[in-house]
Design a protein around this ligand. Sequence first.
Ligand SMILES: NC(=O)c1ccc[n+]([C@@H]2O[C@H](COP(=O)([O-])OP(=O)(O)OC[C@H]3O[C@@H](n4cnc5c(N)ncnc54)[C@H](O)[C@@H]3O)[C@@H](O)[C@H]2O)c1
Length: 331
Amino acid sequence: MQMLVTGAAGFMGSWLVDTLVAQGHDVIGVDNLSGGYVRNINPKSRFILGDLRDPKVCELATKGADVVYHLAAYAAEGQSVFSFDMINDINISSTNRLLTAAVNNNVKKVVFTSSMAVYGDAPTPMHEDLPRAPVDPYGWGKAYGEGLLESCNKAFGLDYTIIRPHNVYGPRQNMADFSRNVVAIFINRVMKGMPPLIYGDGEQTRAFSYIADVAPAIAHAGLVDKTNSHIINVGSEEVTSVKSLAHLVLKTFGSAIEPTHHPERPNEVKHAHCTTAKSEKLLGYKTNHPLIIGVANMVEWAKRLGPKSVKYGLPIQITKNAPPAWLNRVL
Ligand SMILES: NC(=O)c1ccc[n+]([C@@H]2O[C@H](COP(=O)([O-])OP(=O)(O)OC[C@H]3O[C@@H](n4cnc5c(N)ncnc54)[C@H](O)[C@@H]3O)[C@@H](O)[C@H]2O)c1
């Protein structure tokens, strides 16, 4: 089958391309390299360097595609509170242009990586039947994408599956970003001899999920009809506090540094982890890599790559209540 993967040079997109190529599919990737890297592009795939906000790029990329996996996004949830104008402009415009081209080019199915941010601060474990109730602009952008797929399904018969991954980590994750991907940020800082920086008391809980477990489940969603019109959480059931994660990273490096704490961030959900039963049943998801193994693998990869300088990306458009460490660029 001909598969299009958006965000193909990014972390999850590149693992997904590898999975689909290994399964023998004809894979086209598209990415504007705003958050991805050329080194992540699978040489056995075809690659389009382009921005999904350009309708011509979407038209070219979707032509002949059977399934579109839409992963491209400026996935900065925490920063979206302060830069929602720019971030949601990128994410929502990209999804609009891509789905317009997908319908016009008769794509059969779209698999969309939404986020558990759509659940907001719902009680845990968050399950797929809960109403959409995001607490930040990134989550509202994802909720928009989900709703647009439902609309296109009703109007044009476009099949879809909505995936809500939770806290995915692993080799190839962007370590240079200042605000997203806590596992990568902790690893990058410890590699530089700096303490992990925790916002708040560190008792926030998450279920960090290893990419080698997550990518095959996302791939499967596009290959079977039984997932059509479903929302499916994808990720681990192993719940860990951010403080424990910081100590695990330090221990993996054999470091005696202690984490430092900064004030908590506005709108950060305290506890966020999801049910896994539906993904196990429909996608064959299984946690083969517990956190201790996944972090060890990622640290090995990070050591080979070496530490990265922090990049600040899009500007903080609203400075009110923004973490001082972000404004002062001292990360
Ligand atoms: N990593 C996680 O824990 C997680 C959890 C839930 C959902 N997600 C979602 O999964 C997807 C992939 O996340 P990731 O962690 O791999 O992020 P990533 O930043 O590594 O990958 C996203 C890719 O999209 C590209 N991109 C962004 N805007 C684009 C545009 N307008 N046109 C073309 N390319 C564009 C970037 O260059 C980047 O390579 C995102 O949609 C994200 O919101 C990720």
